[in-house]
Design a protein around this ligand. Structure first.
Ligand SMILES: *Cc1c(COP(=O)(O)O)cnc(C)c1O
Length: 402
């Protein structure tokens, strides 16, 4: 079979290649999730055994109710719900907390979906500037809260910060930032799009009022999926149930949650997320090894003369931004394929996922690659460098990694 319905290509890049694409790595499905996709593909398949009081997170066959409890305890929070992507988690929170004209503190590296979630609720984003190391600090957050209060005469209603940002995957001091937020009595939303599902996240220890994760980014789950977890204190607000009564029919819908629009993830999206969960829960314990592999790869790239890493270094994450203006881009300038020479060279050696044509600043992610594959990727980049007569300092690389 070559096409689905005559027009859709078979996608086999995870089977056929080593994929270093920055946002795909930790969302790559487990074999279990792939099975779940087929078996639960029908939209309302999760509703086979839905019984009164009719809500997704109450279903016990398949074990959706226990899964919700496991999710909450996995994040060390009190209550969790599945949502269609991290963005819908932000949205549920902003829609609950933010009124027209309210300010919300975000990072100067915040994801666009945080901006949109605030905008939709009628709020105004106020960004905490970065320090010289491109890090958001607690002090800068306090200063911003003060400045916003001065300017608007009102405290911000929410502080929402990414633990690892999407641009550099630098680590930001979320625990101290949460503390600062609480000193002003402002709730703190921990954006774990790049952490929940790849490294341990302890919401209570961080001091998070809300923990948001992305299923398809970091939990080996189908899209769109994610998690919103909160404390007992906030659960009654963000997961409030409907109060509406139909004026003609007098109908009420009991325990359906307003922000969740009743039920959220259905069918294979949810069951796929659940099918990967045992793997995900276990794999977060191997984060340190993932970070070692990430540093091994970055060191291998830095050994190619002229290479730079734009993210903080040594790396604390598997996603990194690198700058190859000083080596591969010089080759690109004189190559008939321009920047595409690098993607051509890589894909002919079985590696895909770097932004095709980019030879200056680009991102890659080593999450989930075996040591064997990571070594192969490093060797491949260095072989390509050799081929184009770039200097490779193999010794530096060895020193750093022994
Ligand atoms: C990817 C990403 C998001 C959006 O996640 P979705 O699950 O696709 O909604 C939000 N914040 C950050 C920091 C991200 O990297």
């Amino acid at each position: 079979m070559r096409k689905i319905a005559d027009s859709i290509d078979i996608r086999s890049r995870e089977e056929t290649y080593i994929n270093i694409q920055p946002i795909q790595a930790a969302g790559r499905l487990t074999p279990e999730a792939r099975k779940a996709l087929i078996a639960y593909g029908d939209g309302y398949s999760t509703c086979d055994a839905c019984r009164k009081p009719f809500r997704l997170d109450k279903i016990s066959t398949p074990p959706i109710a226990p899964f919700h409890e496991q999710l909450a305890s996995f994040l060390n929070m009190d209550v969790a719900r599945v949502v269609p992507g991290a963005r819908r988690g932000f949205q549920a929170v902003t829609s609950t907390l933010v009124n027209k004209g309210d300010s919300v503190i975000v990072s100067a590296l915040a994801h666009y979906t945080e901006f949109l979630a605030v905008e939709e609720a009628g709020g105004i984003v106020k960004e905490v500037p970065l320090n010289e190391h491109k890090i958001v600090t607690a002090d800068a957050t306090a200063e911003k809260i003060e400045a916003v209060s001065q300017e608007t005469g009102k405290l911000p209603v929410l502080v929402m910060i990414d633990h690892f940002d999407y641009q550099f995957a630098n680590e930001h001091d979320v625990k101290s930032i949460a503390k600062v937020a609480h000193q002003y009595d402002i709730p703190f939303l921990y954006n774990g799009a790049y952490t929940v599902g790849v490294r341990p996240v302890n919401g209570k220890d961080i001091g998070a009022d809300f923990v948001v994760g992305s299923g398809h980014k970091s939990m080996a789950a189908p899209a769109p999926s994610g998690v919103l977890a909160t404390t007992d204190e906030w659960a009654s607000k963000v997961f409030r149930t409907t109060q509406t009564v139909g004026d003609v029919t007098k109908r009420k819908f009991g325990i359906k949650e307003v922000e969740m629009l009743g039920c959220t993830l259905m069918g294979s999206t949810l069951i796929g997320m659940m099918a990967s969960f045992p793997t995900v829960r276990e794999r977060v314990n191997h984060w340190e090894d993932e970070v070692k592999k990430s540093n091994y790869l970055i060191d291998g790239l830095l050994a190619i003369e002229g290479g730079r890493v734009v993210s903080e270094y040594p790396r604390k994450h598997t996603l990194s931004k690198v700058d190859t203006s000083g080596n591969f881009d010089k080759v690109a300038q004189n190559h008939k394929r321009k920047g595409f020479f690098l993607s051509d060279e890589l894909s002919s050696r079985g590696i895909v996922g770097e932004f095709a044509g980019a030879t200056r600043v680009w991102k890659l992610n080593t999450y989930g690659l075996s040591w064997e594959k990571v070594r192969y990727v490093v060797d491949t980049f260095q072989d390509i460098a050799d081929k184009y007569e770039l200097q490779v300092n193999k010794e530096t690389e060895l020193q750093v990694n022994k």
